[in-house]
Design a binder for this molecule. Structure first.
Ligand SMILES: [Zn+2]
Length: 345
């Protein structure tokens, strides 16, 4: 059965119940969880043509003004305000301005109008999508000239999770269509053209399933003898780090009610980390079914976290740490060095 996504994710739905809190006057009051249902359906009206074309034909439409040849994409305007239709000699009154624009199919190639910012700490409804980048893409016409408007769409990378530096201002991009489309701007996203093979660039439409994703998380090419010693050293450093958590109430609180199975993959060998019952446990290399993978080439990179308290999120953002997912486990681990410092251990 096809998985259907809900507009309001389960995590946003409060549990039944209530709590008691003291008011400003010192008296006790009951705060009860309740709900207000506000789902609604709305028409895409004159924009339906654009979205239907994405969904059914995998073609991006714009509108061009026959006079000034400016192209609007996504086609928000039906008429071009400064341009007038050709003079009609049979009519006494002539229309000034607002010439009707004509629908035109655009190319699926373009470039970034600006360097897209990468979001790691998102509002609640986008939390499951971090890290993500929305960029302004200026598409080309079929003839190869740049259009005037820029489309705000997601920018993705084939190398793994999105991080700064992967997609920059002026970079050429290719539009990719999702295999399952619903008729919204989320049906498409852009990938840096430099990450695609020539035949992928030539294919139109290019689908999400035509691309091999997560190249940086390939765990097959690994363990280099020259790194073995630093791999062992790193494991010992993590054991010391774990023992410091045993002595820090704040650090234990950071990990309370949380469990995670982390595979640390380095060129010096793999090992596992378990978060369980407010503790961090360093495990062997046969960790089964991890829910998160940390991959670094040089094992010493992670010393910046266990020694110097440098955030894992920052290591990820600067590109020295690869992750298969950026989630709450990483954010919790980023709190540990500060908690250890505050508890003086
Ligand atoms: Zn015009």
């Amino acid at each position: 059965m096809k998985e259907t996504k809900k507009i309001i994710p389960d995590v946003m739905i409060p549990y039944k119940g209530s709590k008691i809190e003291k008011g400003r006057d010192g008296a006790e009051y009951i705060l009860r969880n309740d709900a207000m249902y506000t789902g609604y359906e709305h028409s895409q009206a004159e924009h339906s043509e654009f979205f239907l074309s994405l969904k059914n034909n995998c073609v991006i439409l714009g509108r061009i003004c026959p006079s000034c040849e400016k192209i609007d994409v996504p086609p928000a305007k039906l008429r071009c305000p400064p341009c007038s239709p050709p003079v009609d000699p049979t009519k006494h009154l002539q229309q000034i301005g607002f010439r009707e624009m004509v629908v035109v199919a655009l190319s699926d190639r373009g470039f970034l109008e600006a360097t897209p910012p990468v979001v790691c700490f998102a509002p609640a409804n986008f939390k499951s999508e971090v890290p993500y980048a929305n960029g302004y893409v200026r598409l080309y016409t079929k003839e190869g000239t740049a259009t005037n408007g820029a489309m705000k769409i997601r920018i993705r990378t084939t190398t793994g999770l999105m991080r700064p530096g992967i997609a920059k201002w002026k970079d050429e991009v290719k539009i990719v269509f999702r295999d399952e489309r619903e008729g919204s701007i989320c049906d498409i996203f852009a990938v840096p053209a430099s990450e695609l093979a020539e035949e992928q660039l030539q294919k139109s439409p290019l689908f999400e399933s035509d691309i091999e994703w997560d190249r940086d998380m390939d765990l097959n090419i690994r363990v280099d003898d020259s790194f073995t010693q630093s791999g062992d050293f790193l494991r010992k450093e993590w054991m010391i780090f774990a023992s410091r958590i045993e002595r820090s109430k704040r650090a234990q609180k950071d990990l309370a009610n949380w469990s995670s199975r982390i595979l640390v993959a380095t060129l010096g060998g793999d090992f596992g980390l378990l978060i369980v019952d407010g503790a961090l446990v360093v495990d062997g290399c046969d960790l089964f079914d991890p829910d998160i993978i940390l991959r670094v080439d040089d094992p010493k990179t992670l010393l910046r976290y266990v020694h110097d308290g440098y955030a894992l999120t920052n290591l990820f953002l600067e590109g020295s740490l690869h992750l298969n997912v950026l989630n709450e486990t990483i954010f919790k681990m980023d709190r540990l060095p500060r908690s250890l410092k505050r508890d003086g251990v």
